[in-house]
Each structure stands twice: as structure tokens, then as C-alpha cells.
Ligand binder design. Structure first.
Ligand code: SDX
Length: 436
């Protein structure tokens, strides 16, 4: 970051001394006012629950322009990455800062492929769960448990350990997600097959069985790979901020990523794709397209607590560019499967059209986000609804570990420790129970 010519001066109406706050500019996007010395100089904190106006770090990884609906990974537009690259190219880009050349691409894919198996003990860890456990409960446990197996890559202050942990996490997430699925349906685990691409390998571990050869469907594999790319990173969202804050204590990378998995599970965040598909199925049960108006009325009634899942975003005040790409994937996948008349897809498009013409949503800048169509694509691919967020976590692991390594690799980083505005009881003395 570079000092801006701009200065910010903070003055107080009680005549206490004003202070100058440095302003820094990034390469693109909003400037930041540096308040690091504010408390020392004024005895006051800033107040920003939800971090609506707070830059928690500087980063070179992902840039979002919420007004333009722009998303860049290391400067490359998501539209170009999603159509010209694959997920492992995107992982390489997020980790190392640029797209791989041919040799780097081959070496990276070989390295990841050779780390896709997990320790055989992991399967016994799964047995501790009920078969009907939610996959995100299983994944939170499994990812954290990785730190019990890989002691040779847990020192986050060792760059080599950080790189080994990144490769292991990216390589093993598909194996763990498919194991949590197979465990839930009572089928045997399918081991990775090194001759397959990352996405095809995942599909085979998910849908293959020991009884017959699994033939990957190229259209579905491509759609799965695109889902991974679109979910790979997204600036300082809730789960990435969780990973950074957790990792700032110096804990091992597996524990920090497990914290990200736990945060992503929430329906306001990564759990929205599961909630969105459940919402569409509920409207379908209510009567489908004819019942959209009734549903929208419920959404507008604050007391109903009903939200239009897959709509709205803290940063995108215009269309989420990922939603457009996901909708394209919907068309491709449903067309390839002969499901272009899929009632749920038609319902989703009708609901989107109605919402985008309704002032309630337009005035609140509520547009479809990445989760709105991702559930329909995943359902068409055969992914069970309960696994949608685990797929999101699989993809976002690349961004989480890149962001964690960027933070830990910055010699200036400190353990995150926010303060508060205290509104509780002032000091008082304990009274004997008879006098309370
Ligand atoms: C992801 O941060 C990221 O980058 C996240 C993510 C990533 O890649 O990491 O992009 C992934 O999490 C996408 C978002 C998935 N969540 C959902 O689809 C759940 C539904 N959306 C909402 O819960 C909500 O829009 C949020 C959480 C996404 C954003 O909430 P904000 O920015 O805190 O906005 P808000 O709740 O203050 O809403 C502003 C207004 C409110 O109405 P008023 O009080 O002004 O009258 O819009 C309303 C809200 O009630 N509103 C909605 C709504 N979202 C916001 N009303 C109906 N349906 C919705 N979906």
C-alpha cells in the first residue's frame, strides 16, 4: 500500500486535540484511513460491528468491485478464469500470484494428485459420526483432525510447512468430502484415481462404486470444475476472515481451515445454496410459479423472517458475476442431461425475473448471488442438497489457505484482537445470597 496525498483529520466538539490519520491507497478500490494509532492518541475505539466499513488487512489476492459486479483473482477477471482455466490453475494462481506455465502446470497437478489419499486412520474417525450426520458437521471434524496426522507441516512460520499444508489441503478436500458422502449413504469409500483430472477424480470418488468402472461425463465434470473456480476465493468474507483471525494465533493451518468450514456452514454464508434449493422446493410444493407472488409477500413481511435465499450480498450492490456464470452452467448441464424443462430451474428463473422487477429488491440492491443457481447445477449433477456447502468448502479451501499464508507470510502481522463498546454493569460488589 502507498501513502495517499489525502490526509484525514479527526476533531472533537469538546475541543480535545484533533488528530491527523494517514490515508493509504491500494492499486485499485477504496483508500483506507489508518486508525492504528487512534486509541493511543485519543483513548477512543472505532465502532463497526459487521465490519461494514473496515479493512482488516491488505491483500494482493482477490479484488471485488461491488458496484461494477467485478471479481478478480490476482487481477484476472472471474469470467476469463471460469472459461479459459481449470480449478488447479486457479489454485496455483491464488497460491503463487500468477497462472502457471506449461511446466509449472504439470508439476503442480502431479504434486496435488500425489497427495489426494488421506491417512487410512481417517476412515475410523468417520465411524464416530451417526450415518445421518450433516456433512458439514463431519467436515468440520475431519478437517480439524488432519492436524492429528500431519505433524510435519503444522509450523505456520515455516514457509515450506505452509506450502506442504496448502497442497495437502487442496488435494485431500475432495477425498474427505466424498468420504463424508459415502459414509452417509453406507457405500464403500472410493480411492482417488491418479489418471483423472481433479474434478473427474472427485466425481468418481462421489458416484463410483467398486462394482463397475465409472465413466466421467465431460459436461458434468466441466460444470463441477467451474463450480470450484467460482467458489475458490472472495476477499475478506466471513469464513476467510475467520481463517485469518484463527490463524493469527499461530495455530496449525488445518485447525484454521476447520474454523473456516464451521463459519461457512451458516445459512447467511455458504449454507445459502442448501437453503436456496430448499426454498425453491418449498415454493414448488406450494404450487410452483403461481405461488411466487405469495412467497414474495412473505419475504417482504419482516415478521415472517423469510428471506429470498441466494439473493443479496454485503458487497455486490449489483449482479454477482458468479451468478451469471453459474446460470450459464445451469443451461449447459440441464441441456446436456435433457432437463432443460427442469421445473426447479424454470421456477428459479421466474422467481429471479419477478424479484428483479420488484422495487422491494431493486431498492435494497438485492440481486442473485453465487448461491442462487449453484444448487440447481449441483442437484442436476447428482450432488445431494446436504452436501452443497461441503462442496463450497472444498473449493474455498484454496482461497482460505492462500489468504492464511499471505497473512502469516507478512512479517508485520499481529494476532487479531478487536475491542468493544462496553454497555454492561459498572463495577459493583457481590452481596451475600440472603441480601440479593
Ligand atoms: C455468500 O461475503 C461474501 O463474499 C460471501 C460469499 C462468498 O463467496 O464468500 O459471496 C458467499 O455468503 C453469498 C451470500 C449468501 N447468503 C444468502 O443468499 C442468504 C440471503 N442473503 C442475506 O442473508 C443477506 O443478503 C446477506 C447476509 C447476504 C447480506 O446481508 P447484509 O449485507 O448484512 O444486508 P442486510 O441484511 O442489512 O440487508 C439489507 C436489507 C434489509 O432490509 P431493510 O432492513 O433495509 O428493510 O435487505 C434485506 C434486509 O432485510 N435483505 C433481504 C435479503 N437480503 C437482505 N430481504 C430478503 N431476502 C434477502 N435475501
Amino acid at each position: 500500500m502507498k501513502p495517499s496525498d489525502l490526509k484525514a483529520t479527526l476533531s472533537f466538539s469538546d475541543g480535545s486535540p484533533s488528530i491527523d490519520l494517514p490515508v493509504y491507497a491500494g492499486s485499485i478500490g477504496p483508500d483506507v484511513v489508518d486508525i492504528r494509532k487512534l486509541y493511543a492518541q485519543t483513548g477512543k475505539f472505532t465502532y463497526d460491528p459487521g465490519f461494514m466499513s473496515t479493512g482488516a488487512c491488505q491483500s494482493t489476492i482477490t479484488f471485488i468491485d461491488g458496484d461494477k459486479g467485478e471479481l478478480l483473482y490476482r487481477g484476472y477477471p472471474i469470467e476469463q478464469l471460469a472459461t479459459q482455466c481449470d480449478f488447479l490453475d486457479t489454485c496455483y494462481l491464488l497460491l503463487y500470484g500468477d497462472l502457471p506455465n506449461a511446466k509449472q502446470q504439470t508439476d503442480f497437478k502431479t504434486l496435488v494428485t500425489q497427495h489426494t489419499m488421506v491417512n487410512e486412520q481417517m476412515q475410523f474417525f468417520l465411524r464416530g459420526f451417526r450415518r445421518d450426520a450433516h456433512p458439514m458437521a463431519v467436515m468440520t471434524g475431519l478437517v480439524g483432525a488432519l492436524s492429528a496426522f500431519y505433524h510435519d507441516s503444522t509450523d505456520v512460520h515455516n514457509p515450506k510447512h505452509r506450502e506442504v499444508a496448502a497442497i495437502r489441503l487442496i488435494a485431500k478436500m475432495p477425498t474427505l468430502v466424498s468420504m463424508s458422502y459415502k459414509y452417509g449413504i453406507g457405500q464403500p469409500y472410493i480411492y482417488p484415481k491418479n489418471s483423472l483430472s481433479y474434478a473427474a477424480n472427485f466425481m468418481r470418488m462421489m458416484f463410483g462404486t467398486p462394482c463397475e468402472e465409472y465413466e466421467p461425463n465431460d459436461v458434468l465434470v466441466r460444470a463441477m470444475d467451474r463450480i470450484f473456480i467460482l467458489h475458490a476465493d472472495h476477499e475478506q468474507n466471513a469464513s476467510t476472515s475467520t481463517v485469518r483471525l484463527c490463524g493469527s494465533s499461530g495455530t496449525n493451518p488445518y485447525a484454521a481451515i476447520a474454523a473456516g468450514v464451521a463459519c461457512l456452514w451458516g445459512p447467511a454464508h455458504g449454507g445459502a445454496n442448501e437453503a436456496c434449493l430448499n426454498m425453491l422446493e418449498e415454493i414448488q410444493r406450494m404450487g410452483g410459479v403461481d405461488k411466487i407472488g405469495e412467497f414474495i409477500t412473505q419475504v417482504k413481511d419482516k415478521n415472517s423472517n423469510v428471506k429470498l435465499m441466494g439473493f443479496g450480498h454485503r458487497v455486490y450492490r449489483n449482479y454477482d458475476p458468479r451468478a451469471k456464470l453459474m446460470r450459464e452452467s445451469c443451461h449447459e448441464v440441464l441441456g446436456a442431461l435433457g432437463l432443460q424443462d427442469d421445473p426447479l430451474f424454470k421456477l428459479a428463473m421466474a422467481l429471479e425475473k419477478i424479484a428483479l422487477e420488484d422495487d422491494y429488491f431493486v431498492s435494497r440492491k438485492l440481486y442473485p448471488n453465487v448461491d442462487y443457481y449453484s444448487g440447481i447445477v449441483q442437484r442436476a449433477i447428482g450432488i445431494p442438497v446436504s452436501l452443497f456447502t461441503a462442496i463450497f468448502a472444498l473449493a474455498r479451501t484454496a482461497g482460505w489457505i492462500a489468504q492464511l499464508n499471505e497473512m502469516i507470510g507478512d512479517p508485520e502481522y499481529k494476532i487479531g484482537r478487536p475491542r468493544q463498546l462496553y454497555t454492561g454493569s459498572v463495577r459493583r460488589d457481590v452481596k451475600p445470597v440472603a441480601k440479593r
